[in-house]
Design a protein around this ligand. Structure first.
Ligand SMILES: O=c1ccn([C@@H]2O[C@H](COP(=O)(O)OP(=O)(O)O[C@H]3O[C@H](CO)[C@@H](O)[C@H](O)[C@H]3O)[C@@H](O)[C@H]2O)c(=O)[nH]1
Ligand SMILES: O=C(O)[C@H](O)COP(=O)(O)O
Length: 298
């Protein structure tokens, strides 16, 4: 079963002590595309964590809004994604940026964070590193949080964020990989593991990365060594619904490809849907006969 923690289970000074005694170093990797408005605050907050973090890497997707300059001005080490491992050609979206980052990340532990988080809480890396540093039987940690939908005027609808997560990712995992459906935010970009694990994971390009990574990490270490940590609230930039369709499709494609490889695109009784608050909802689908066949009964 997936282990669940709260970021408040871990204290910054204790983690720094543990990290030193283990002789391990930490890299934070921020894939970044057009995030000049948020990246500066994130890098600044990360730098207040002192010795917890040894390297802050921003992997820029050739942003036109000055993301790279802002990140560098705040003290991050900045690389252009396509300049890393150039023999693989132009970088293909977020997952590729995360993979290429491994070429320059020096830490024994690696924390990936999204860089469009507003009002970035500095406990994110503390919560993500805590289970890895404290417990020997945890090999992979993913964040979860409440996701308000923040409207144009700043008004918040508390439960309405995470549309692809709620309408696509968790229903799919519930149906086909229920052991992973307990991840409250399966698409969260906030993940941490030892570099030795990430180096063994095939990284899917683009927005397929999180779904694909969950499946590969499960194959490599099993769900019992996978954990999630409550990071409270995350406010992200919202893409317009039409732009989320390719993301949903990428998630679907990962699952379909897996099922195909496993030779089980057919299934009998689908398991129930797991909701964000842990309820199991049975979604019954019964196919009624074509109406014309009712002739005899009517
Ligand atoms: O080509 C890209 C696209 C995005 N990003 C960065 O990746 C992060 C997340 O991207 P975003 O477009 O904000 O994704 P969301 O709409 O927030 O999507 C959610 O779901 C995605 C699909 O699983 C995950 O990749 C994200 O981490 C997760 O936050 C941000 O820092 C982006 O700047 C890149 O570096 N390159
Ligand atoms: O994770 C998701 O479902 C996508 O990032 C969309 O999030 P949003 O609905 O909060 O914009």
């Amino acid at each position: 079963m997936i282990k669940t923690f709260h970021h408040r289970d871990f204290r910054l000074d204790e983690l720094i002590r543990l990290k030193r005694s283990r002789g391990e170093t930490v890299s934070v990797v921020l894939p970044a595309r057009e995030v000049a408005d948020t990246i500066g605050e994130i890098v600044t907050k990360l730098r207040t964590l002192g010795d917890l973090i040894d390297q802050i890497l921003v992997i820029d997707a050739n942003s036109a809004d000055g993301t790279a300059e802002v990140a560098a001005a705040h003290g991050a080490e900045v690389h252009q994604e396509s300049a890393l491992l150039p023999e693989f050609g132009q970088a293909l979206g977020k997952g590729d940026a995360m993979w290429r980052a491994l070429a320059v990340a020096r830490g024994d532990l690696i924390v990936y964070l999204d860089s469009d988080t507003r009002r970035f809480p500095r406990h994110f890396p503390v919560g993500l590193l805590g289970p890895l540093l404290v417990f020997d039987d945890v090999g992979f940690v993913k964040g979860f949080f409440r996701r308000p939908f923040v409207g144009r005027q700043g008004e918040e609808r508390p439960l309405d964020g995470g549309r692809v997560t709620e309408l696509c990712a968790r229903p799919l995992l519930s149906a086909f990989y229920p052991e992973l459906a307990g991840f409250v935010q399966p698409l969260a970009g906030e993940v941490a593991a030892r570099r030795s694990l990430f180096e063994r994971v095939p990284f899917a390009t683009g927005y397929a990365i999180e779904t694909s990574m969950l499946l590969h990490v499960r194959d490599l270490i099993g769900v019992d060594q996978m954990a999630q940590v409550d990071l409270e609230v995350r406010r992200n930039r919202h893409q317009p619904l039409p732009d989320l369709a390719p993301m949903a499709y990428a998630v679907l494609r990962v699952v379909l490809e897996r099922l195909r490889r496993e030779g089980r695109l057919r299934d009998g009784q689908a398991p129930p849907l797991q909701t964000a608050d842990g309820r199991l909802v049975q979604v019954e689908i019964i196919e009624r006969p074509p109406f014309v066949t009712l002739g005899a009964h009517r």
